[in-house]
Design a protein around this ligand. Structure first.
Ligand code: NAG
Ligand code: NAG
Ligand code: ZN
Length: 455
């Protein structure tokens, strides 16, 4: 209803603000039945069965499902459409002291596509293997698990009579898997978000094959680089200097040496994957087309190559820039370069785009303690090797922690046969119960954006 109302009025943000809010009267009460593990698992299966895979995610069904969960928990919710057809569901568990900055639990509702014939069980059936307890589904790790674990943890906290001091928000966002521009990108920069006065965001992490959980304080920034070489064309039989191909190959050799040095540090265990600059060649474009393929006796006058570079916010960016200009695409070799994308390694205050995990960030210590209290083990803080929605929040200078409670689990995001075991899923709910309780009870005031800007 909300959505159709809104559609009729077009997609102006103001209209959205005016009408997209529903307040539900608290009527439902949580019963013991709702929190037993078989109903918890059924709800997870229900969410996993909604096919939200790109390129045609069924966002409306997912939004309706989340809305039904919100109702069962008597949480206020709104369905926002910053972009038509891409609903973002925002839930609110009001705190006793609404003046305190809030906590935001974020998760994305979309998943990457799956190739069903390469799976042992259909990717949107949420089949449970009776002996192992593995729940097979696209999104079981990335990240429908987390979204529902937040809700189940709240269900348990409500059943125990807990009431939050701070307001807790939950956002179920679209489009993370295709860059997040129309999802968190719009949300994080909206008036709605500003008015939420968020102090800390939890977002996704990665599974851990060991018995400790992984936790992320930053992520690498994608730089998509295209280098171009030009040179005099000539006969394929002639040896001469400064051809486009030769000039490009010199660059490729230089990139490969750099890549090997970075990779060697990972192989030697000196640096984690997220701590080095990765560079992979993703395309090569050259040659003069002919009806049968390429002209074989002509050296082309142009050649280009594309690279996916991932830069940790802790890297020496100036030295990388120099390397690109002087070694990978030097003008002296008739080369040019451009970035298809170049994410900044700094937030809007000019600081490296990362979340502190020292004493300056009380949320970090709270998270560690809360996990310990729930008898979970936490690994060393890491930099996420790829991108998540957390970057949109960190860009605003807000602390965002990447965490998905999956230990003893192979990393299967985006892979065939993605699964999460029932027990690990249930355990994760206990972990979130402890974290949400700690965060929602935390009474210390936290510095707001203005005072952070002054530092
Ligand atoms: C650069 O291009 C010019 C003009 O085509 C050519 O004369 C020169 O040899 C080229 N230099 C190199 C290093 O490729
Ligand atoms: C951890 O447990 C101790 C003892 O029950 C409690 O005092 C503390 O507040 C808990 N900390 C967190 C972050 O949950
Ligand atoms: Zn994800």
């Amino acid at each position: 209803m909300i959505r159709s109302d809104y559609r009729r009025r077009g997609h102006h943000l103001l209209a959205l603000l005016a009408i997209a809010v529903i307040l539900l009267l608290p009527t439902a009460t949580v019963t013991v039945e709702d929190t037993d593990s078989s109903s918890i698992i059924s709800r997870f299966q229900e969410y996993l069965r909604i096919n939200t895979a790109h390129p045609g995610p069924n966002y409306n069904e997912a939004a309706d499902f989340i809305a039904s969960q919100a109702k069962s928990l008597s949480l206020d919710f709104q369905i926002l459409e910053f972009v038509k057809g891409k609903p973002l569901v925002l839930l609110k568990w009001a705190g006793k002291n609404p003046a305190l900055p809030s906590v935001l639990l974020n998760s994305h509702t979309d998943v990457v596509p799956a190739e069903p014939h390469k799976w042992d069980h259909p990717p949107f059936q949420a089949h449970i293997d009776p002996s192992s307890g593995h729940i097979y589904a696209r999104g079981s790790q990335d990240m429908k698990c987390v979204g529902l674990q937040y809700l189940e943890a709240i269900r348990k906290l409500q059943a125990s009579g807990f009431r939050p001091l701070r307001t807790v928000y939950l956002s179920f966002v679209p489009d993370e898997e295709i860059g997040g521009n129309d999802g968190v990108g719009k949300f994080a920069n909206s008036e709605i978000f500003k008015n939420m006065n968020v102090a800390i965001i939890l977002d996704e992490g990665l599974a851990s094959p060991a018995d400790n959980y992984r936790v992320f304080y930053a992520e690498r920034c994608p730089w998509w680089l295209v280098i171009k070489a030009t040179g005099a064309p000539g006969h394929g039989a002639k040896l001469y200097d400064n051809t486009a191909m030769e000039n490009l190959l010199k660059s490729i050799e230089s990139v490969r040496r750099f890549r090997a040095v970075q990779f060697d540090m990972v192989k030697a265990g000196l640096k984690a994957e997220g701590e080095v600059i990765s560079v992979n060649m993703v395309f090569l474009k050259a040659g003069t087309p002919s009806p049968t393929g390429f002209v074989m006796n002509l050296q082309p006058s142009e050649a280009q190559a594309g690279f996916d570079i991932r830069v940790p916010p802790t890297a020496d960016v100036a030295s990388l820039e120099r390397r690109i200009g002087e070694e990978w695409a030097p003008a002296t070799r008739n080369m040019t370069f451009e970035f298809k994308q170049r994410a900044s390694t700094y937030d809007k205050f000019g600081k490296p785009i990362l979340t502190a995990f020292d004493g300056s960030n009380p949320w970090w210590a709270l998270l560690e303690d809360a996990i310990k209290n729930a008898s979970g083990k936490l690994g060393k803080p890491e930099i996420f090797p790829a991108s998540t929605d957390a970057r949109y929040f960190r860009e605003l200078g807000l602390p965002a922690i990447g965490f998905s409670p999956m230990a003893n689990t192979p990393i299967l995001l985006h892979d065939h046969n993605e699964f999460l075991s029932k027990n690990e899923y249930l355990r994760g709910i206990d972990i979130y119960e402890s974290i949400i309780k700690a965060y929602a009870s935390y009474a210390e005031p936290v510095k707001d954006e203005a005072s952070r800007a002054e530092l």
